[in-house]
Design a protein around this ligand. Structure first.
Ligand code: R5P
Length: 271
């Protein structure tokens, strides 16, 4: 691996722990103004100190993130479909490598829709991105997307998807957590991060999912809604960080969540 690729990988996966907390903020690229991400700057700013990378589109990066911030960026470079359009899986490449370099990104991210009508197109898009990524020293995050078919998220399907992404040269794979998750991580030769999926009922659910994923071989999270749709986003991201980087269990992380939440509530009351 060349110096540039190694350097960018270490901007995403922290060398001190071999793990990462990525904050996913790219939902608007097909959902429009998602709940609690309506005004991206307001959502993003308080969370920046606690995210190893932010994952988003160039439009939101330019409009809503201060270029002076030390944040590492993984740029979403696929799109072309919307939640109200005919087919969410019909994605192409939206952003050039020249643009990714201009934005000084640590990596680029693309969805693949395996088993869909657009499987071939999205896998060839991923392969082309890996070709370009290898040329310029920019890691590629391959995302095993399921569109509206959330029920597809089982170990059999996700291990197939993750393995295909790794075979095509993806540097980091992003997938969903599922029962028997170890089957997914042990059969994928590339590092895996988990998405959070739709907001879960309780904070404990989020922390237990994160802990189980790490225990079963994930190197971190690339999580969105379960962080910024929480009423206490800073408290929950800090609790997640404590699991990923400090090896906390879900109970200790939940204690941290409660203490940060109380601190914040007191600050607001005294303001
Ligand atoms: C979805 O396609 C987006 O790429 C999100 O980044 C991804 O789903 C992770 O966000 P969440 O944790 O909200 O599922």
């Amino acid at each position: 691996m060349d110096w540039g690729m190694k350097n960018r990988m270490s901007r995403i996966i922290k060398p001190e722990t071999g793990k990462t907390v990525m904050l996913a903020l790219d939902h608007g690229y097909f959902l429009g103004p998602t709940h609690r991400l309506e005004e991206p700057r307001k959502t993003i700013e308080p969370l920046l100190p606690y995210a190893d990378t932010i994952m988003l589109t160039r439009g939101v990066l330019r409009s809503s993130v201060d270029p002076g911030s030390a944040t590492n960026v993984v740029l979403r470079v696929s799109g072309g479909a919307s939640i109200i359009g005919p087919d969410l899986t019909d994605e192409g490449l939206t952003t050039s490598f020249e643009e990714a370099i201009r934005l000084n990104v640590a990596g680029v991210g693309i969805s693949v829709f395996i088993g869909s009508e657009h499987e071939r197109q999205t896998l060839l898009n991923l392969s082309e991105l890996v070709n370009q990524g290898e040329r310029y020293g920019i890691p590629v995050l391959g995302i095993t997307a399921v569109g509206k078919e959330l029920e597809k998220r089982d170990a059999r399907y996700l291990s197939l998807c993750c393995r295909i992404c790794a075979e095509l040269g993806t540097h980091i794979v992003k997938t969903y957590y599922c029962d028997e998750f170890e089957k997914v991580t042990t059969t994928c030769p590339a590092p895996i991060v988990i998405a959070g999926g739709p907001k879960l009922e309780t904070e404990m659910d989020v922390l237990e999912m994160t802990h189980s994923a790490i225990q079963q071989g994930a190197i971190g999270v690339d999580m969105g809604r379960n962080i910024w749709q929480n009423d206490h986003p800073v408290a929950i991201i800090r609790a997640i960080r404590s699991i990923v980087h400090e090896g906390n269990n879900a109970k200790h992380a939940h204690d941290l969540f409660l203490s940060v939440k109380d601190e914040e509530t007191a600050k607001t009351a005294n303001a």
